[in-house]
Write a protein that binds this ligand. Structure first.
Ligand code: AMP
Ligand code: MG
Length: 285
């Protein structure tokens, strides 16, 4: 379950179903990893990701979907800003999922989500996702138990469908503790640039901290698989959160690099052959 990386990095990758206890996972960055060192590595990874994205875009055989989940102020928007900021916008799609609108409510819970799944070549990022339908819906009792319980297996089947279509799927839980959340919510309230992001619901949901913890533990425990792992990101420090996300997505894409390169080389050869044939034909005329 645990993923231990170089540079003293630690984060937890769940790639099979099982019991999850979030209180056993520290939301703090590991001791011994400095912020400057982490930032330098983050820059390096961004360059690598940019190159990988370019290869994937050209090869058009695979896609990437990053699902971001976490409590209010856990850093979902910050993760989007920092991780996507380094990519080529041509091939990136970010979708935020809020309270379902009237049309969405008249369809099954996956309908609005599937529409935004990435096409081959693309990287899609979900800021919240289909998981809200087993998280907020469960905790705030927006649907009866029989309904949301059935959704774990529906979600697994849906994600298997995406993976079968060559989607590299990663699901992130941005893990902060209650003190960090309080600090961030209060700081937002004071800052005129940030206050608009707040909502009374944030505080109401904070009061349901333990219920959300249980719901997240169930989600991670039931919907983790080798092809669609959950990654618990220690997110009390923003710089470490960004590093873990970049490192894990690079790690997931890296094994395909040679394959994408080969696909592009073969396509290049075919185009060159066509061009040669065309020039030869033209010179004869
Ligand atoms: P935020 O991401 O904080 O801007 O707000 C989005 C809000 O939409 C959050 O409070 C989510 O819990 C809520 N939300 C997202 N998806 C669903 C859903 N399927 N059902 C109910 N509420 C949802
Ligand atoms: Mg909110």
């Amino acid at each position: 379950m645990a993923g231990v990386k170089g540079m003293g990095m630690h984060f937890y990758r769940f790639d099979s179903p099982g019991r999850v206890k979030l209180e056993k996972i520290s939301p703090e960055p590991p001791d011994g990893l400095g912020k400057q060192e982490a930032k330098a590595r983050f820059e390096e990874l961004n360059e690598e990701l940019f190159a990988l994205q370019d290869l994937m875009w050209g090869a058009r055989t695979h896609s990437v979907l990053m699902v971001l989940q976490g409590r209010d102020a856990a850093g979902k928007d910050g993760a989007v800003k920092h991780v996507v900021g380094a990519l080529n916008p041509r091939g990136v799609r970010v979708t935020s999922f809020g309270v379902p609108n009237e049309v969405e409510r008249r369809h099954d819970f996956l309908w609005r989500v599937h529409l935004h799944a990435p096409g081959t070549g693309e990287i899609a990022i979900f800021n919240r996702s289909h998981y809200e339908d087993v998280l907020v819906v469960r905790v705030k009792k927006l649907a009866p138990r029989e309904i949301w319980k059935e959704r774990f297996s529906l979600i697994n089947a849906f994600e298997e469908t995406l993976v079968a279509g060559n989607c590299i799927l990663l699901k992130y839980f941005l893990h902060i503790d209650a003190e960090e959340q309080e600090k961030r919510l209060l700081a937002r309230e004071k800052d005129p640039n940030d206050a608009w992001k707040l909502n009374v619901e944030d505080w109401k949901e904070r009061a349901l901290w333990d219920e959300f913890t249980e719901a997240y533990e169930d989600v991670i425990g039931r919907c983790a698989s080798a092809d669609a792992p959950w990654i618990v990101v220690p997110a009390n420090a923003k710089w470490y959160r960004n590093l873990v996300i970049a490192e894990s997505v690079a790690e997931a894409m890296r094994p395909y690099r040679k394959k994408w390169r080969r696909t592009l080389d073969e396509q290049g050869k075919l185009v060159r052959k066509d061009l040669r044939a065309w020039r030869t034909g033209a010179s004869r005329r």
